[in-house]
Design a protein around this ligand. Structure first.
Ligand code: ATP
Length: 310
């Protein structure tokens, strides 16, 4: 069932101290087959949320359901089905990729075949005698992912996996995450503080700032918010007459131009027509789409304005 719920949190709260809440009213929703990007600047509460989901912190308020079961009462069953990379695992510098995984194999009770399979999946099957300390950062990160994949999880949780990687390492990891979702049917929750690093791979996004969700929904929903926050720049032979004609669009004066919030291109055409009807010469009629990165910055610098979408 593709739409089955994999993670649901209900009014989750957490405080490390009496003075400040690290998380408030977090209602995370991740369904089967999603690649969910959990985004927010440093210190916004991502790791705290992920630690709660993995049972590494005890919830103080709210509920967590994973695979449709309460985490508190089904901890063992649930955790068996999750692979995670939340802190760098202990991998040995003097061992090869295969030898490193072999160290953990008895612990996970996995077969040799699965070990070979995960090495292939992460593209490290052909690294031969090369030891971990000779690996690039990207290769090291992929070996850590391989380790998380050993027990054949249904859900993979990755905390800032692209941190410190160079652009090609980021692209390789992004490809790997998409491939795991496509070929292994894995549901993936991946956190990051850089929108552009996850934008191209996620199906859904949750944006958190100061412990509160600012946005949650399919990535297309964010593009819609982006469209809605577009503006139209207008410059005519008589801007004061244009200002009066367009009054109900609530134009703002910006030097030589008027700036108008528009919902879609249809409104651009409508405004164009109104200006021509006023016999004004139109020098500029330019839609200015809000850059996605700017939207992310807006959402994560001012406390919540946009309700989160389910
Ligand atoms: P980063 O990417 O920097 O880890 P984050 O989004 O994962 O950021 P958290 O690590 O969850 O954010 O931190 C959320 C808030 O809780 C921050 O204000 C942080 O200072 C605080 N915090 C995190 N861990 C602890 C701790 N062990 N003790 C006290 N405060 C903590």
């Amino acid at each position: 069932m593709r739409n089955a719920s994999v993670i649901e949190t209900h009014a989750l709260e957490y405080s490390y101290s009496k003075e400040a809440k690290a998380l408030a009213d977090i209602n995370l929703k991740v369904n089967q087959g999603h690649i969910y990007g959990f985004l927010g600047p440093n210190g916004s509460g991502k790791t705290t949320t992920l630690r709660l989901l993995l049972g590494l912190l005890k919830p103080q308020r709210g509920r967590i359901e994973v695979f449709g079961q309460e985490l508190q009462t089904n901890r063992q069953n649930i955790l068996k089905r999750i692979g995670s990379l939340i802190e760098a695992p202990s991998l040995y510098g003097h061992l090869t990729a295969r030898e490193n995984l072999e160290v953990y194999r008895p612990l996970y009770g996995t077969s040799r075949e699965r070990l070979e399979e995960v090495l292939k999946l992460v593209g490290l099957a052909q690294t031969g005698r090369k030891t971990f300390k000779q690996f690039s950062l990207g290769m090291k990160q992929r070996l850590a992912v391989a380790l998380a994949l050993m027990p054949r999880p249904d859900l993979l949780i990755l905390d800032e996996p692209t941190n410190g990687l160079d652009p090609s390492g980021i692209i390789e990891l992004r490809e790997l995450i998409r491939q795991l979702n496509r070929e292994e049917g894995l549901t993936i929750l991946v956190s990051s503080h850089i929108l552009s690093e996850v934008e191209k791979m996620v199906t859904h996004l949750g944006i958190i700032f100061q412990g509160k969700m600012q946005f949650q929904g399919p990535i297309q929903e964010l593009y819609k918010v982006q469209q809605h926050s577009s503006r139209l720049l207008v410059h005519t032979s008589d801007n004061e007459a244009a200002f009066r004609a367009l009054y109900h669009y609530r134009p703002m004066r910006m030097g030589d131009t008027l700036s108008i919030a528009i919902k879609d291109l249809r409104e651009t055409a409508e405004i164009g027509r109104m200006l021509f009807q006023q016999d004004l010469d139109v020098y500029l009629l330019q839609p200015k789409v809000h850059d996605l990165e700017q939207l992310f910055i807006d959402l994560t610098t001012t406390p919540t304005l946009t309700p989160s979408h389910a």
